[in-house]
Design a binder for this molecule. Structure first.
Ligand code: DON
Length: 309
């Protein structure tokens, strides 16, 4: 196996020289201000070695990567009854699509498209004031990442609260089907804030470790989820983590992954490593353009595709 330090340095160098970098998300105005030249990558191996390259220490907006962690919390609260309210199939539609919801009676295809993630957040919110629910989510991220400094970027949260009309439509539409328990504006408030959590590649690579380690949290030797649940969350990430780009990501990269419109991607190599890459420019399916390319090169060089070296 090649030396990972050299592989990461080479990838970061190649990415710095790429001229086609995708397009930074602009539908959340605050995200449009991020420098498209940024590129960072962090890998935490099963042995606990941490390797970073580029802008790996700089916090960015985790956006939809948060959905992996709220799903973990929601499954902890309600277990498999969650699957009465949200499906487990790839959507084949954009992350913010509304059309499918009508045909499927307000039950979103999976927990990673926006509609599904809003239901998941609604589960985490039920029985708590919104501040407390958000506090639980932020606290969970701090625990997993081992970083007490992690906070919500208020400007990003406000920016999406002011412009997130599609999500308002999705939440209200699902409420009409009885699939949202709380007032939609409260569920959305928590959802927008969880998406606005700022973390670095290093933080997120640490936070993903329990999924690479059969549900264990190696830094504290605590179990976060059962082995079965870790396996299932990884399966959902592989099939649905990149929306209607999930097939292409599996084809080229070959690992469970979850993207966010901030340009981050969390990648899990079961038994081997937890990876986070960040480059703000997105491709046509709303996933990081250079992030996907970097992960493709990394998994190829290291023989890390779950489908074989
Ligand atoms: O709800 C939204 O539209 C954003 N807060 C998150 C979407 C997202 O990250 C999609 N991922 N690529």
């Amino acid at each position: 196996m090649p030396e990972i330090v050299a592989v990461l340095a080479e990838i970061a160098d190649q990415m710095a020289r790429e001229s086609e970098r995708g397009r930074v998300a602009s539908y959340i105005p605050q995200l449009a201000r991020v420098d498209p030249k940024k590129f960072g990558i962090a890998v935490v191996t099963a042995e606990g070695a941490v390797h970073v390259a580029g802008d790996a220490e700089e916090p960015f907006s985790i956006q939809s990567i948060s959905k992996v962690f709220t799903l973990t919390l929601a499954l902890g609260r309600v277990g498999d009854t969650l699957w009465r309210r949200v499906g487990r199939e790839p959507s084949g539609n954009a992350f913010n699509s509304i059309a499918q919801l009508e045909r499927e009676n307000g039950v979103p295809r999976n927990p990673f498209i926006n509609a599904g993630a809003i239901v998941v957040t609604d589960v985490v919110l039920s029985g708590h004031p919104p501040k407390e629910a958000l506090g639980d989510i932020v606290q969970f991220m701090r625990f997993l990442a081992g970083n007490e400094e992690i906070v919500v970027d208020k400007a990003v949260a406000q920016s999406e609260t002011a412009t997130g009309y599609r999500n308002v439509a999705l939440a209200n539409y699902m409420k009409a089907f009885g699939n949202i328990e709380n007032p939609p504006e409260m569920t959305l408030g928590v959802y927008f804030h969880q998406c606005a959590i700022a973390m670095s590649c290093r933080d997120l690579a640490h936070a993903g470790r329990f999924l690479a380690e059969d549900g264990h949290h190696p830094a504290t030797r605590r179990r976060v989820v059962s082995r079965e649940r870790a396996r299932r969350i990884n399966a959902l990430m592989l099939m649905c983590g990149h929306y209607d780009g999930s097939g292409d990501f599996a084809f080229k990269v070959g690992i469970p992954g979850k993207s966010g419109v901030g340009g981050g991607i969390l990648g899990i190599v079961p038994g081997e490593a937890s990876i986070c890459v960040w480059s703000p420019g997105l491709n046509a399916t709303g996933n990081s353009h250079l992030g996907s390319l970097a992960l493709e090169r990394l998994t190829k060089a290291m023989g890390w595709s779950v489908f074989g070296a």
